[in-house]
Design a protein around this ligand. Sequence first.
Ligand SMILES: Nc1nc2c(ncn2[C@@H]2O[C@H](COP(=O)(O)OP(=O)(O)OP(=O)(O)O)[C@@H](O)[C@H]2O)c(=O)[nH]1
Length: 357
Amino acid sequence: MPLANPIPTTVVTGFLGAGKTTLIRHLMETAGGRRIALIINEFGDVGMDRDILSACGVAGCGEDDIVELANGCLCCTVADEFLPTMEALLDRDPPPDHIVIETSGLALPKPLVRAFTWPEVRSRVTVDGVLAVIDAPAVRAGLFADDPEAVRALRAADAALDHDNPLEEVFTDQLLCADLVIVNKTDLLDDAERATVEDQVRAAARPGVAVVGASHGRIDPAIMLGLGMAAESDLESRPSHHDSASDHDHDDFNSIVAAMPPVPASLAGAGPQAVADALAPVLAAHGALRVKGALDVPGKPMRLVVQGVGPRVQAYYDRPWRAAEGRAGRLVVIGLNGFDADAVTAGLAASLRSGGG
Ligand SMILES: Nc1nc2c(ncn2[C@@H]2O[C@H](COP(=O)(O)OP(=O)(O)OP(=O)(O)O)[C@@H](O)[C@H]2O)c(=O)[nH]1
């Protein structure tokens, strides 16, 4: 018997680096006194998102309101990780007004939405809406489109091969589960490109789903929260590549944690972007989809955060190192399966040591 007021939950999906954390941070900053609890899940565990979100400094958005699930993608760990976390949040006194779940960039949202039908939580929460954050420049660059030439070449080589593009699969699964699609990073496109991407996304989304453009995830919370979709009762209308698969194990992707040497003074002295520029060619050469982590700059109390999505790599100082972190530089690098972890690590370290030269 459902309760009169199940707690609304918003699921935020979107590919690696599309801007989910940025959007949620903006949401927390503008949510106007609502008690929002966050569940965050990262693929490749260096825990950067928690830092970015807990630094938002909003009253009522404390460390305790952010729960991090680090062991694999939420979509694969619903029973072991997600349900107990959810029950613990619901048992709080007072319970949150709203729950926001940031899924990892490789997670499929549908298994998570399905978990809301499980008896443990069914009567206590509802999926208010699934938001898909889309990286507009990546769509524009064709990252999620099947490359017809590559498909033809594979077919010629081996008729039995699975020809699906894993990026396209994850992207479409996320898009087809969405109740609201946010085409983000529009600041990196001109008006015509933006219109083309929005049309393309609208054509690929489920009919009638709203598509809105955004830069740095700046969307009015009134548009994102309170959609009232009860997505868990509407699973049939959300098609997935994995509906018939019993499990989904992310075998198509590889994530490594690369230990990095201290940044030499000659490079660090040229500024954060020089450090990012030193790393970018190595990441590009290995086809990295996402990089995230922090580097040690000797003599600086702050750690140097590195954030990269596809070809764009940025770096900035964010906070002092904590004693327990031991100033250990580490980068999570995520790519398609098959990239050589040792070669990526060695290449990045060498590029730092040589200042990118
Ligand atoms: N130019 C530009 N950069 C953005 C925008 N939104 C996010 N970014 C940057 O893109 C990078 C990734 O943003 P995140 O918010 O961490 O993306 P995410 O989807 O949470 O990433 P994962 O959790 O790793 O999948 C960061 O360096 C952001 O600063 C945007 O609208 N415009």
